[in-house]
Design a protein around this ligand. Structure first.
Ligand SMILES: *[C@@H]1O[C@H](CO)[C@@H](O)[C@H](O)[C@H]1NC(C)=O
Ligand SMILES: *[C@@H]1O[C@H](CO)[C@@H](O)[C@H](O)[C@H]1NC(C)=O
Ligand SMILES: *[C@@H]1O[C@H](CO)[C@@H](O)[C@H](O)[C@H]1NC(C)=O
Length: 313
């Protein structure tokens, strides 16, 4: 009996993990915006992945499934098994029951490796381990090719440039490795305490480390604003920001004093999101004066007009 055993670890982007809110995060957008003085301006900051939905079913939002693609005797795709936390694993083919399995602890220890006992010729194929996290909208998969041989001399394992290939002896046991220890696959609770959005402001000439915090928003509903601008209702953010995934910063009436660098940070520690959007705001001359009494009602999704927006560095 041979037990092949390889650790295939998923990519672990450096942005994930224990980041504190002072860490800069990944810049997903950076642009210069010029808007007329006196206008109602919006600096956009939206991310559907930051939408705070109560995970009532908790763990059911996570799923692992193993599939196999066979090319002989004819092409076929088959679901081998699937599992969610709190539910028994489902083995699809009755021949595999008791022979093919995952650890019941998979969603606690992050080891989703597939164990196949008493390997038969028809086990040959390309296996995929698929991890879905619906709440975080994260989907990952890895492929492993399994070949079966009758000769112990031909047993081997290697990386073919795309996937692990295992050639195993008929009748032996094999572990198809699939390990992902990122907390998001292993823990289910307390998401709401780990979601934060905040805006920073840097006036011209001010160093990045002296940027001024404008506002902190928490998915729990808590909000802290700093400085007088929010209280004077000069700046605002939709009170339903976490419901809409829209953290755009609105200015009631843009003034030349508002120029500078604005940064929107979105942190979702549980899902591993750390995004930063940066806007260099310039205030141009006012557009043709409109009597303020007839100004149209405020719309929450106004984007700066494309002609006045310069995209990117
Ligand atoms: C994962 O689980 C398999 C099967 O239970 C086991 O053989 C293997 O040692 C485990 N791998 C790790 C990295 O824990
Ligand atoms: C494994 O099987 C595939 C498909 O039959 C074949 O193309 C490949 O050469 C085999 N690899 C090994 C090392 O046996
Ligand atoms: C944005 O403004 C900065 C500073 O004025 C400038 O260095 C940069 O080239 C501008 N980027 C674009 C795309 O205009």
């Amino acid at each position: 009996m041979t037990l092949f055993h390889i650790f295939a670890l998923f990519f672990l982007p450096e942005v994930l993990g224990q980041g504190s809110s002072s860490r800069p995060g990944v810049v997903v957008e950076a642009r210069n915006i010029t808007l007329p003085a006196g206008s109602r301006a919006v600096l956009p900051c939206r991310s559907p992945r930051m939408v705070w939905t109560q995970d009532r079913l908790k763990d059911r939002q996570r799923v692992v499934h193993w599939d196999v693609v066979r090319s002989s005797p004819e092409y076929s795709v088959e679901r081998v098994l699937d599992m969610s936390p709190g539910a028994k694993q489902r083995v699809y083919n009755s021949f595999n029951k008791g022979r093919v399995s995952l650890s019941e602890e998979a969603f606690n220890d992050g080891n989703f490796s597939l164990v196949i006992n008493n390997v038969v010729t028809t086990d040959k194929g390309v296996y995929t381990c698929n991890l879905h996290h619906h709440y975080c909208q994260v989907h990952q998969n890895i492929q492993i090719q399994l070949n079966v041989t009758k000769s112990a001399r031909k047993e081997r394992r290697y990386w073919d440039g795309e996937k692990t290939v295992l050639v195993v002896l008929l009748g032996s046991s094999v572990v198809l490795p699939c390990v992902n220890r990122r907390p998001l696959w292993r823990e289910g609770a307390q998401e709401e305490q780990q979601q934060v959005a905040h805006w920073d402001y840097q006036a011209p000439g001010v160093r990045p480390d002296r940027a001024e915090r404008l506002v902190d928003l928490y998915a729990s509903g808590e909000r802290r604003d700093y400085g007088p601008l929010f209280r004077q209702h000069k700046m605002s953010i939709d009170p339903d920001a976490f419901t809409l995934g829209d953290f755009s910063l609105s200015f009631a009436e843009l003034s030349p004093a508002d120029i500078g660098l604005y940064s929107c940070f979105l942190h979702h520690h549980y899902c591993g999101i750390q995004e930063r959007r940066i806007f260099r705001l310039t205030v141009g001359p006012p557009t043709a004066a409109k009597p303020s009494t007839t100004r149209p009602p405020i719309q929450s999704n106004d984007l700066p007009e494309p002609s006045k927006t310069t995209s990117n560095y």
